[in-house]
Design a protein around this ligand. Structure first.
Ligand SMILES: *[C@@H]1O[C@H](CO)[C@@H](O)[C@H](O)[C@H]1NC(C)=O
Ligand SMILES: *[C@@H]1O[C@H](CO)[C@@H](O)[C@H](O)[C@H]1NC(C)=O
Length: 377
């Protein structure tokens, strides 16, 4: 920007100084304030302009993953129209980033080779971890200076060895892809929709790498990935990985307008999760079970590619009798199927969903049932 008059130059300097320096009053005293430097989007390595987010081969957390505090607003005023969507995404990204960071800390390159995986596996995981650090920074920068940028919590993931770790990675990546198809429907600004699509594409590359190199499977997932319209419901299910009470108290609710739906999965006697398989519905959390009104017809709604298929379910004698349903045999065995229980055909609104969603991995299909056995056994 060319600044002509000295008075204007002075005004601009004052304005910039105001934007950069956090009003101390907005930062609670129990924070060091170090994270506040990140309120300036030009601080530290910039995604797309730094190789840190590609080729950093250290085991310590890369920037900005190494700075865990929330970043407090630096300006007073109303939030940006899409701030809450980016806040949801940033909180979710902390979880994904930490998943890769924990894998890098828990394993060595040799652990993956011994498990029969390529000798490039560990490096690829580092590269993905670095991409995820770039996502953290991008999301921080997309939240406007009038809103808080959520900090890191503590996370616990159910893995103990490399194969289980890579299985969970595959599920997390494909869940991110499905989640982003719903999230991209929420921003008001077109630029933000484009930015979220660009992030979804990166998650797809991560997934394709795992399919090819780790599972030696067909890398393609059919003509369309799965659209699940209620992104917050997929996010809510990731709360299971957050250590209760470990998030900074100032973080916004995660996800925004949390529904706390009963978690859904296939019963432990399930032998297959491919289309045409008969499964019983299991509600994982004994303290959060669904309520079924005897006069309402409920549906298991299965989303795959751009369609959904609703199957009426008999809930009248539950929990005395299990609820059984057949996964629609019309679907191809590709990508994922996202299932939920709804009180209306097609689950037209998020309020119509009363349990789930469950992300059912179809590719590699054998992995899906192995994961289920791991959970119940
Ligand atoms: C985080 O990483 C950045 C960039 O590598 C570094 O300058 C900064 O000192 C680190 N901060 C902490 C707290 O480790
Ligand atoms: C990694 O594996 C490839 C192909 O299997 C092999 O050609 C290469 O020498 C290996 N590299 C190392 C460092 O072991």
């Amino acid at each position: 920007m060319a600044v002509k008059s000295p008075l204007l130059a002075w005004a601009v300097t004052l304005l910039c100084a105001h934007v950069r320096a956090a009003p101390a009053s907005l930062v609670p005293p129990h924070y060091s304030g170090e994270a506040q430097r990140l309120a300036d989007p030009t601080y530290g390595p910039i995604p797309g302009q730094s190789d840190l987010y590609n080729y950093y081969w250290g085991t310590d957390r890369p920037f900005p993953g190494n700075i865990s505090d929330p970043i407090f607003p630096t300006q007073k005023g109303p939030p940006g129209v899409d701030d809450w969507v980016w806040q949801n995404l940033l909180s979710a990204e902390w979880l994904i980033f930490e998943f890769y960071q924990q894998g890098i800390e828990a394993f060595t390159p040799q652990d993956f080779v011994k498990a029969g995986m390529p000798n490039t596996t560990y490096r690829r995981l580092m590269e993905i971890r670095n991409n995820e650090a770039g996502h953290l920074r991008i999301f921080q920068n997309q939240i406007s200076p009038t809103s808080i940028k959520p900090g890191r919590c503590q996370y616990r993931f159910p893995f103990t060895e490399p194969v289980g770790y890579m299985a969970l990675m595959t599920v997390l990546e494909i869940s991110s892809m499905a989640f982003l198809t719903g999230l991209v429907q929420l921003p008001k600004l077109d630029f933000n929709k484009g930015a979220m699509l660009a992030i979804a594409e990166v998650e797809t590359r991560h997934e394709v790498w795992a399919l090819l190199d780790i599972w030696k499977a067909d890398p393609f997932g059919g003509p369309s990935d799965t659209i699940f319209p209620f992104a917050g419901e997929i996010l809510d299910s990731t709360n299971a990985f957050i250590v209760p009470g470990s998030c900074p108290h100032e973080n916004p609710e995660f996800p925004h307008n949390r529904q706390r739906l009963p978690a859904l999965s296939a019963g432990k006697d399930t032998v297959s999760l491919t289309p045409g398989s008969r499964i019983s519905l299991h509600f994982d959390d004994p303290r959060n079970q669904p309520y079924f009104n005897k006069r309402i017809q409920y549906y298991a709604v299965f989303f795959h590619a751009t369609a959904s298929i609703s199957v009426p379910v008999n809930t009248r004698h539950w929990p005395r009798e299990e609820i059984w349903v057949t996964i629609p045999r019309n679907f191809e065995t590709k990508g994922v199927i996202v299932a939920c229980v709804a009180d209306r055909q097609g689950a037209p609104t998020k309020e119509s969903v009363i349990a789930g969603p469950a992300v059912i991995l179809e590719q590699p299909a054998t992995l899906a049932t192995a994961l289920l056995r791991g959970k119940s056994g």
